[in-house]
Ligand binder design. Structure first.
Ligand SMILES: Nc1ncnc2c1ncn2[C@@H]1O[C@H](COP(=O)(O)OP(=O)(O)OP(=O)(O)O)[C@@H](O)[C@H]1O
Ligand SMILES: [Mg+2]
Length: 375
């Protein structure tokens, strides 16, 4: 998540990081999982900090996702016109596709304050009650990684979202008292890479829900050209398309690759970034023609070679690759599924003939698994 106030100072940030001491206390697997998540958060933050000024600030600058932008911008305009607060909105889809960005745009277009927090930051019910009671009419409360909210915290959100009130208990035993606290009407925007992990009661309380899908090469070329303009990088159309093709359908990756290509062009004195400059630079980075990086290829190779194309369970794959299971599920698999290199079956993951082809292996013809991969 972003780690400081937005340039125009509208955003208040609630600290989301997990203190190192707390992590140490949690034993065994849980500690490992927490550490992996923390590392993922830090990687994301590093990414965000460099791409901050590249974030589109208005709907018209937001590239692609036309259906989503059309629908949400109408809802925003209608709410503004009526002087109402916007319905609660949920954005889900793979990392780096613009969920946080569009949420910030919504708050800006509503002329509202955005309060940015995340599921793991709201540890105790008191955190969420404090946050909700401080909201002003029309504020936008953005909860990143909303699937990581604890169950207890989630329950407070139900009445807050539906009736703009929270009920909580104070005192204990004979002194226990139930307090009903009215809230100012607000808009909750949730963002998640794991819509499936949201409980049904929470999901149903969002009046607006959108799935963000991977971007086309054409759209990503627009993202690259726009970012190159802001960063004053000299790039031609072929260069922008080459970076776009290798961006795994993801604007965050486009921006990252653009930086790498710029470094390469500066060191080599290449002048204008063309397709040749971009492809030379990205080969060095280990990003292949389809945008697969080392981890994507390692996943594909492990599934195809060690497990003969599957079916293999995600836990077994994660253990063999020595990589966090959630990273594989959130970051690696969605794109491999999208381009048809793997399929998910009830028995586990399988490599498709195209997947075998990409890493230069013949598809398996023998046995039930092999037949399955050719279907
Ligand atoms: N539609 C878009 N047009 C232009 N740039 C975009 C677009 N969407 C995202 N970006 C760029 O990609 C970066 C990543 O987007 P963002 O942080 O919104 O992704 P996210 O979906 O919230 O990811 P995560 O799930 O990891 O939180 C942004 O900093 C922005 O520069
Ligand atoms: Mg985000």
């Amino acid at each position: 998540m972003a780690s400081g106030p937005d340039e125009d100072g509208r955003e208040r940030i609630v600290q989301a990081s997990i203190p190192a001491n707390d992590v140490e206390k949690i034993a065994g697997e849980q500690a490992l999982e927490q550490r992996a998540m923390k590392l993922a958060d830090q990687a994301k933050q590093a990414d965000e900090s460099f791409s901050k000024d590249l974030r589109p600030r208005r709907f018209q600058d937001y590239v692609g996702q036309r259906a989503v932008v059309d629908s949400i911008s109408i809802a925003v305009m209608a709410a503004k016109k009526r002087g109402d607060v916007l319905d609660h909105a949920l954005f889900h889809g793979p990392p780096g596709l613009g969920k946080t960005t569009i949420s910030q745009i919504i708050a800006r277009e509503l002329d509202s304050q955005l309060i940015h927090t995340s599921g793991p930051a709201l540890e105790r019910p008191a955190d969420v009650v404090g946050l909700l009671s401080n909201l002003k009419r029309g504020d936008v409360l953005f909860i990143d990684e909303i699937h990581r909210l604890s169950h207890a915290v989630e329950e407070y959100l139900y009445s807050a979202m539906e009736d703009f009130r929270v009920d909580f208990m104070t005192g204990a035993g004979a002194f226990a008292k139930s307090i009903n606290l009215p809230l100012q009407p607000f808009t909750l925007i949730g963002s998640t890479t794991r819509a499936g992990m949201l409980s049904a009661p929470l999901r149903e309380r969002f009046g607006l829900a959108y799935h963000l899908d991977f971007y086309s090469t054409e759209e990503l070329a627009q993202v690259v050209t726009r970012s190159a303009g802001i960063l004053e990088i000299d790039i031609d159309e072929t260069g922008a398309h080459e970076i776009a093709r290798r961006s795994r359908g993801t604007p965050r990756i486009s921006n990252r690759l653009l930086r790498r290509v710029r470094d390469f062009a500066e060191v080599r004195n290449s002048g204008t970034v063309t397709d040749k400059v971009a492809s030379d630079a990205l080969e060095i980075e280990g990003v292949d023609k389809l945008g697969l990086d080392r981890l994507d290829r390692l996943y594909l190779l492990t599934l195809s070679k060690n497990y003969q194309g599957g079916p293999a369970g995600i836990q077994a794959l994660a253990a063999t690759i020595n990589e966090d299971q959630q990273t594989l599920e959130d970051v690696v698999e969605p794109f491999l599924l999208k381009i048809g290199f793997i399929v998910r079956t009830p028995q586990g993951r399988r490599t498709t003939p195209d997947g075998f082809g990409h890493i230069g292996l013949p598809p398996r013809l023998d046995g039930p698994a092999g037949q399955g991969t050719l279907l």
